[in-house]
Design a protein around this ligand. Structure first.
Ligand SMILES: [Ca+2]
Ligand SMILES: [Ca+2]
Length: 103
């Protein structure tokens, strides 16, 4: 299952957005809007709208490869909100797992 989700904490709403057929952005997803408010630079093309692919690019570039929910507060919070993001079920969320979750 799963969806494309986002970020840092944005995940749960995605399957819904995907089902409706719209692209998930900060305009239609409150979690993405929150992420954009916290990380304005995640809007890489500066159009004031954060898309999933922008978030993915941002996470990929800015988050240390070794970041996990143990060391990164955002991953920690995300793991709590989106247990599905922990693909291998070891109760640790890694950057790789987040990126896979955002796909
Ligand atoms: Ca944008
Ligand atoms: Ca894991």
């Amino acid at each position: 299952m799963n969806a494309k989700c986002i970020a840092i904490m944005a995940i749960g709403v995605l399957p819904l957005a995907t089902a409706i057929g719209g692209e998930l952005t900060s305009k239609n997803n409150p979690k993405l809007a929150k992420v954009m408010a916290a990380f304005p630079k995640s809007d890489t093309n500066g159009d004031k709208v954060l898309t999933i692919s922008e978030l993915r690019t941002f996470v990929s570039a800015k988050m240390p490869d070794k970041a996990t929910s143990k060391t990164n507060p955002y991953l920690k919070r995300l793991l709590k909100e989106e247990k599905d993001a922990d693909k291998n079920g070891d109760a640790l969320l890694t950057k790789a797992e987040l990126l896979a979750h955002l796909r």
